[in-house]
Design a protein around this ligand. Structure first.
Ligand SMILES: Nc1nc2c(ncn2[C@@H]2O[C@H](COP(=O)(O)OP(=O)(O)OP(=O)(O)O)[C@@H](O)[C@H]2O)c(=O)[nH]1
Length: 302
């Protein structure tokens, strides 16, 4: 008779250049939308945990901001957060899109990771395989394997089509230490609702805006109140913080048209998250140069 496989549990972090599909993969593995995704680089701000429940183990995903060279005080604080995260995870999954050649950016990140977490097992993940020809996928698998060395397993995946997502889960679990179930079956993330709501609003506000905006938008939830006499309705009051009047104009759009779209998209996401009807009251505020001012950063939770 064969022994039953041991139960394994632990923390996994995905690293890689911006836009390599880390958040999308997290969502696909967890099966519910929790991490912010967008087609703009560097939009992941908070360390969000997604939890994958399996019969043979539990994978707790710590979704980190991409490593990048700091340009502002915010950038420095994000990097400090990243370093803390990497030094205490059990497995690091490094993501490489199938259709993009490995470059100096990847090597720089790998160097940093090896420096911060020299003993942590690494898994190479070749992402977006639906968007590249088979030949390119095969070549990328080989290149990643050569880059990471013989100890690292390498898996191809498409988070958007779902192809191979289970296999990524299998490989990650196999690298985790034996351990207990850390979280109950129904836990998906330990982020408070408020943080998730703020991320949903931020994600909606970033959709389709110009390149310089991502790092300039923050969201503060001012208040969440049940509507009097209505169990099924919540009033959410939130502020979108930008750095300059010109950015405020971009966010609001012509006669408020963009703002209405942002509001309605965010409202739908929040309603799905909380399972209630939502009245969303959104205001845009200008806090000049908030990214460079330690007082503002503290107030905005960085
Ligand atoms: N075709 C395809 N596109 C994908 C796949 N996974 C992610 N994408 C797209 O790639 C873009 C970036 O995905 P994200 O998951 O936000 O990437 P990220 O690495 O978390 O990005 P940062 O937060 O900037 O570090 C988005 O437009 C995704 O829709 C995939 O499997 N196939």
């Amino acid at each position: 008779m064969t022994e039953p496989a041991p139960y394994r549990s632990g923390f996994v972090s995905f690293v890689g250049r911006p836009n390599t599909g880390k958040s999308t993969l997290t969502n696909a593995l967890v099966g519910e939308k929790i991490a912010i995704t967008s087609n703009r680089p560097q939009t992941t701000r908070h360390t969000i945990r997604g939890i994958v429940h399996r019969s043979d183990g539990q994978i707790i995903i710590v979704d980190t901001p991409g490593l990048h060279r700091p340009r502002t005080l915010l950038g420095e604080r994000l990097n400090a957060l990243v370093e803390d995260t990497y030094s205490d995870v059990d497995v690091i999954g490094m993501c490489f899109p199938a259709g993009e050649k490995i470059g100096p950016g990847d090597k720089w990140i790998l160097g940093r990771v090896r420096e911060l977490a020299p003993k942590t097992p690494m898994v190479g993940i070749v992402t977006k395989i639906d968007a590249a020809p088979q030949q390119a996928v095969a070549e990328q698998l080989l290149a990643v394997s050569e880059l990471l060395g013989p100890a690292a397993e390498v898996v191809p995946v498409s988070a958007t089509s779902g192809q191979q997502v289970d296999i990524v889960g299998d490989v990650l679990v196999s690298q985790l230490p034996e351990g207990p179930q850390f979280y109950p079956d129904d836990a998906i993330t330990d982020e408070p609702d408020e943080t998730r709501i703020a991320e949903l609003i931020r994600e909606a506000a970033l959709e389709g805006v110009r390149d310089e905006l991502p790092h300039s938008i923050a969201v503060v939830i001012d208040e969440i109140l049940p509507r009097e006499g209505r169990d099924d309705l919540l009033d959410v009051h939130a502020s979108l913080i930008v750095e300059r009047e010109s950015q405020k104009a971009i966010v609001i759009g012509k006669k408020g048209s963009r703002m209405r779209d942002v509001g309605s998209r965010a409202r739908q996401g929040i309603a799905e998250l909380l399972g209630k009807k939502i009245f969303l009251d959104l205001h845009v505020k200008v806090l000049k140069d908030w990214q460079r001012d330690p007082r503002y950063l503290g107030r905005l939770g960085f």
